[in-house]
Ligand binder design. Structure first.
Ligand code: CA
Ligand code: CA
Ligand code: CA
Ligand code: CA
Length: 309
């Protein structure tokens, strides 16, 4: 390598490194986006920021922008109607309510803004006082990475799963409709967690995950003694503390019946497929449950049982 090529490489590498460092080191991130509004009104949108750093952060000079909306986080300018708090404590949240403070009626807004989060999807951009883009939400997504206007959880927010993780589609999840906080303008429960820990974060920290290793191929034919194989882990408990139940569907996953229950989490089960009739629309479901009654589940693609043809 000649000197010029060498320096070009060093420059390129340091640029990549500094870009990655900026994205990874922002003290504050966008943690929740209620782009669908609430049951009280689809216009009652709200946004949550989270301070993941080791100290308080003053947001004076920072902006949050989407489309042609620019919300100044430290002063009344642009789309900002009212500023009540500019400092987020370590591990704390900042709640931005659209139009007025009654969007989330039982939690006081930190900031009130105007501007619509299109249900067709948009990228949110957080910039620090130098103008540098330090975080985004929904970048590069068609529509929205998560959240829902129509269900199964109605008017559900889009929650960041891991607040220390990047803005990837896989790091956003729809509020589960179970772990939720806050009331809308009509007093109904909000399918989201305004100024509180995200349901998606809690789930990632506590709920078991299950992967199915066999059967995994759609349309596969199984016969004889078939070894159902899975891998189940619990983020906050021992894997061998999990209880596993297997369910079988003969109609491609519409209805389920227990196949075998209360298994140890051994990772496999020898299923005698000769005990069931041949068929082409079988599916298996593996449910792993921890001691706190949190369950993770995985469903196989449809497969066939073929012993008699
Ligand atoms: Ca909207
Ligand atoms: Ca409020
Ligand atoms: Ca939240
Ligand atoms: Ca657990």
């Amino acid at each position: 390598m000649n000197t010029r090529t060498g320096w070009a490489l060093v420059a390129a590498l340091s640029l990549i490194t500094s870009l990655a460092a900026v994205a990874a080191s922002s003290p504050v991130v966008i943690s929740e986006v209620a782009w669908a509004g609430t049951a009280a009104s689809p216009s009652d949108e709200w946004i949550e920021l989270y301070n993941r750093s080791q100290g308080p952060v003053d947001l004076a000079g920072w902006t949050l922008a989407f489309g042609d909306v620019v919300i100044h986080l430290g002063k009344v300018e642009g789309a900002t109607l009212e500023v009540r708090t500019t400092v987020i404590p370590q591990g704390g949240f900042l709640l931005l309510e659209r139009s007025d403070d009654s969007t989330i009626s039982d939690v006081a807004a930190d900031l009130v803004y105007r501007g619509t989060l299109s249900n067709a999807g948009v990228t949110l951009r957080l910039r620090d006082p130098s103008g540098a883009e330090v975080d985004t939400a929904n970048a590069g997504c068609e529509g929205w990475a998560a959240g829902s206007a129509t269900g199964p959880v109605l008017y559900a927010s889009m929650e960041r799963v891991d607040p220390s993780g990047a803005d990837l589609a896989t790091n956003w999840r729809t509020n589960d409709g179970v772990l939720r906080t806050g009331r809308d303008a009509l007093g109904g429960e909000v399918n989201g967690t305004p100024r509180a820990k995200n349901s998606a974060t809690t789930a990632a920290e506590t709920v078991p995950t299950v992967r199915l290793l066999a059967p995994v191929t759609e349309g596969a034919a199984v016969s004889g003694l078939f070894i159902v194989t899975w891998a189940a882990t619990d983020p906050d408990g021992p894997a061998d503390g999990l209880r596993v139940d297997l369910y079988l569907s003969r109609d491609g996953g519409t209805s389920w019946a227990p196949l075998v229950e209360n298994l140890a989490n051994s990772g496999s089960y020898a299923w005698d497929t000769r005990a069931v009739p041949d068929g082409e629309a079988y599916a298996l479901k593996v449910l792993a449950t921890d001691r706190d009654a949190h369950s993770g589940v995985v469903v196989s693609p449809p497969f066939s049982v073929s012993n008699r043809r």
